[in-house]
Write a protein that binds this ligand. Structure first.
Ligand code: NDP
Length: 472
């Protein structure tokens, strides 16, 4: 067995791992990284990136329909391959296989780019699965079964997360979002189980691409944890696009002779019959195979997350963990920020702690949800005296539509400090607006400062600086 020494060895080449490796190498550390699958992790291969491309594809169906209100029309012949398909409006059809091929090709390119970025800064890459065999020793095993051991002064664990499914009869007939990205053809019908990020986003993608879609969630509203006013509105918007089954638990899934899956939900004795069942019932830390028990790295008893302190150190201070495996916020930019903090700590230039309360996020449903800071409910739960400002309007780009997509914005302001502590939005490209507000909130923006800011007219975003009267 070969021995090699590193200042930092990273286990897992997803968003957090790759960022830590690159950043550490650029700071002069000798860095190695092991990834047994494709570089880029969930985000690049089975999450954010391909999902957003599918979202764009789905959203385009509504843009085509919007275009008709502006005088555009489509007819056979005037657009290359356009054929009539009654499942989409306006004589449009969609070719799933073209989209999939292009998305796959783009992801393969990104995998290559990630590799080159690591090579460029001198990170040693191992296409291998890694496990700890000592406090400073890591065993690597590649696809040919070749093993080697490396030693490292510091170790970063960034193995990511994995989809979890409920323990019900027939669960093996359901698929996770990983399998969504392997679908070669558009299914005719789907049942999406779960009203979280993945359920709501994927149901919107299916519906937008002309799939007969049902979403079932066990609560009365989707997106637990989001501001209640957003949840109510997104529930309405989902109902306009698909069949919605609230307060419906998944009981069991059965196969049937015609190849369809029979999905039994708790709100009816009649099963849904669908081609594809997406189980979007959460993701959990992925720690199996790492030998954490052997080395004595502490994990939480409930979800098995690696336990870390504010510097992302485990109970063994030279072993760090970031990203989905620590189960704080399963978001790529959070993993990146955590990774940077680990490296800066190791090189002796610690960054200020990450303010998780100010992490902005978007749900790529139709229209998007964008949010940063506290929901109204969370602010009240924390006993904060608040004022709430709202805007609910028809944006100009929807003014000519027979059924316009409305925009909703909500701002939570601390009554005593005047600081803006929460901004929430439903509307096209909501994330693009919330990102800017997150910068302002990170800088401590007050409502008075927003009031002094001049708007850009006519935009949706100008509403953020023209909300004058708090909700009574
Ligand atoms: P979430 O935790 O967001 O949602 C899980 C959903 O599954 C909830 O609606 C939950 O219901 C439901 N659920 C859980 N267990 C069961 C069960 N036994 N039966 C029925 N329903 C169940 O997880 P996701 O899988 O959607 O996403 C995982 C994480 O990935 C997210 O939390 C997010 O951090 C990240 N992500 C981020 C995205 C983005 O930034 N745009 C996109 C996709 C994922 P209940 O609420 O009642 O518990």
């Amino acid at each position: 067995m070969k021995q090699q020494d590193f200042d930092l060895f990273v286990i897992g080449g997803g968003s957090g791992g790759v960022r830590a490796a690159r950043w550490a190498a650029s700071k002069g550390l000798k860095v190695g990284i092991a990834e047994g699958a494709r570089l880029g992790g969930t985000c690049v291969n089975l999450g954010c990136v391909p999902k957003k491309l599918f979202f764009h594809a789905a959203h385009m169906s509504s843009l085509f329909s919007d275009a008709q209100s502006y005088g555009w029309s489509l007819s056979e012949g005037n657009i290359g391959q356009t054929l009539v398909d009654e499942t989409l409006t306006g004589g449009l059809s969609h070719d799933w296989s073209i989209l999939k091929q292009r998305v796959d090709a783009y992801i393969t390119r990104l995998n290559g780019i990630y590799g080159k970025m690591l090579d460029r800064v001198g990170v040693t890459r191992y296409e291998a699965w890694a496990r700890l065999i000592g406090e400073h020793e890591i065993e690597l095993r590649d696809s040919a079964g070749t093993e080697q051991v490396v030693r490292a002064r510091h170790i970063l664990l960034s193995p990511g997360g994995k989809a979890i499914a409920p323990s019900i009869e027939g669960v093996e007939l359901g698929s996770s979002s990983d399998e969504f990205f392997a679908l070669e053809e558009r299914p005719r019908s789907v049942a999406v189980i779960g009203g979280g990020y993945i359920g709501v986003e994927m149901a919107g993608v299916f519906a937008g691409l002309g799939v007969e879609t049902t979403i079932a969630y066990r609560s009365s509203l989707p997106l637990r944890g989001f501001d209640q006013d957003l949840r109510v509105r997104i529930d309405i918007s989902l109902r306009e696009q698909m069949s919605v089954r609230p307060e419906a638990r998944l009981v069991k899934i059965e196969g049937s002779k015609n190849g369809l899956k029979r999905v039994f939900l708790s709100d009816s004795d009649t099963p849904l019959e669908v081609e594809f069942v997406l189980l979007a019932t959460g993701r959990a830390p992925r720690t199996e195979g790492l030998n954490l028990d052997l080395i004595g790295v502490e994990c939480s008893p409930d979800r098995g997350a690696i336990v870390v302190n504010e510097r992302y150190q485990t109970n063994l201070p030279h072993i760090y963990a970031v990203g989905d495996v620590i189960d704080r916020m399963q978001l790529t930019p959070v993993a990146l920020a955590e990774a940077m903090r680990v490296v800066e700590y190791i090189v002796g230039e610690p960054l200020p702690p990450l303010e998780y309360d100010l992490v902005p996020t978007t749900v790529f449903c139709h229209p998007n949800i964008g949010t940063v800071g506290l929901s109204e409910e969370e602010a009240l739960k924390r006993g904060q005296p608040i004022k709430v400002y709202e805007a609910d309007f028809k944006p100009l780009h929807q003014a000519l539509q027979p059924t316009p997509r409305r925009v909703y914005m909500k701002m939570i302001v601390h009554q005593e400090t005047d600081r803006v502590i929460g901004c929430h939005m439903i509307g096209d490209e909501a994330g693009e607006q919330i990102q800017g507000l997150a910068v302002a909130m990170q800088a401590g923006v007050t409502k008075a400062q927003l009031d002094q800011t001049v708007g850009i007219h006519p935009t949706m975003a100008e509403e953020w600086v023209t909300m004058r009267t708090p909700r009574s």
